[in-house]
Design a protein around this ligand. Structure first.
Ligand code: SF4
Length: 78
């Protein structure tokens, strides 16, 4: 499976969010990405963060994943 990673140009764009935030499988026992950083997703944006000590971190904002299962809407019946 080919993985597509795109660098974010506008790092301050608040509208880009990872689908993992709304994924029912976002638990270490259910997702290898959460547990082991194994790239199970198909497409993500890459974003570089700086800490207060100027150490650089790379984060991935997942956009496509075949294991994505949407969380039920809050207040919706199960
Ligand atoms: S979208 Fe994919 S990578 Fe993200 S938490 Fe769900 S299963 Fe894991």
């Amino acid at each position: 499976m080919a993985i597509v990673i795109e660098d974010i140009i506008d790092v301050n764009n608040p509208t880009i969010q990872s689908i993992c935030w709304g994924c029912k499988n976002a638990w270490p026992r259910k997702c290898d990405w959460i547990a082991n950083e194994k790239r199970v997703w198909k497409r993500a944006y890459r974003k570089t963060f700086s800490s207060s000590t100027n150490k650089k971190y790379v984060g991935y904002i997942v956009q496509e994943c075949k294991f994505y299962v949407p969380e039920p809407e809050k207040g919706a019946r199960k």
